[in-house]
Design a protein around this ligand. Sequence first.
Ligand code: NAD
Ligand code: WQD
Length: 342
Amino acid sequence: MAKILVTGGTGYIGSHTVVELQQNGFEVVIVDNLSNSYAGVIDNIEKITGIRPGFELLDLREDKKTDDFFNGHRDIAGIIHFAALKAVGESVAEPLKYYENNILSLVNILKAMKKYKLNKLVFSSSCTVYGQPDILPVTENAPVKQAMSPYGHTKQISEDIITNVCNVEPIHGVLLRYFNPIGAHDSALIGELPIGIPSNLVPFITQTAIGIRDYLRVFGNDYSTPDGTAIRDYIHVVDLAKAHVTAVNRLINLKNKKNVEIFNLGNGMGFSVLEVIQSFEKMAGVKLNYKIVERRPGDVEKVWADTSYANSELGWKAGKNLDDMTLSAWNWELYLRKINVY
Ligand code: NAD
Ligand code: WQD
């Protein structure tokens, strides 16, 4: 059974990926500093899969402790690196926190990989690297545009660091550019747990519907889109998780065609904010209180992925539709209320 290290494995996308890895026969060890997640996630992963993943509390900014961890786990077959800070607004207010956390963690991992001769890395990147693309749907060959936030910049820098290291070391990397991950596991035992007021659309919708927020602000209805609201490519987090299993298998089976490969991971279709609201209302059976307000500064008008490269090369395709996504997000919110999280 190949052992996979999942950094940030108690987080939103990481926890879903741990479940998929275990269900595909991998042994998993998680490292996380629990800065944006809870150790209780491990219990729920175990409830879903019947297997308790390994876990070590580790802050990847700490180079000595990171080195010690890798020294003790020389049998790791592949690494999926999710651990990062991801709040766009906070990154504008506190850029150094983002550069230190996201870049230092990656550098410490790569140093340990080099030292202990580990050579397979899957990295969480983001469609944010494209900014507002000139051509839609956006392919992996679209130019990387100036980052709109320090967070986005850390993703661009991280992609460059991995590429430069893979050019000279026997390390192979897969850079996965996620579009907008939403939804939760069918079991409703794991999902996204935003700390404080959510900035992302779907957690804000579900928190409004359950009564934690008064109303959703729809940021702008004067975009050049069919209903005037901005368009994104929403992807179910379980579909996204499955792509990581495929990517790590590709590296382990030496099927990658280049030292560094880049894949867009989206659903391949764009949905407007109003379409997401309509889907939510239909699936949850709840009328959502919302108001149209000014555009949010820094938002792009529309972006959705060309996923044909991931479809053909990885043999992966998103299987869940928008209704699956909004329903699972709602079931997760109901679970959070049941366990009195807020
Ligand atoms: P998340 O915050 O739920 O998970 C990240 C996890 O990393 C958390 O559990 C956190 O505690 C941990 N972490 C952060 N810094 C750490 C450190 N220094 N040492 C150890 N652990 C640390 O976020 P997520 O939504 O699951 O995102 C996972 C990855 O995907 C991130 O790299 C993020 O930038 C990227 N991504 C997310 C989205 C999205 O919309 N959720 C979109 C594109 C890319
Ligand atoms: C989606 C749409 C908003 C909240 C962000 C990051 C990006 C990536 C994914 C990590 C937009 C609208 C939102 C609200 C609204 N993360 N909206 N009212 O901005 O596409 O991407 O998360 O890499 O880097 O920037 O996602 O969920 O915030 O917004 O109308 O209260 O919903 O304007 O059109 P976004 P989002």
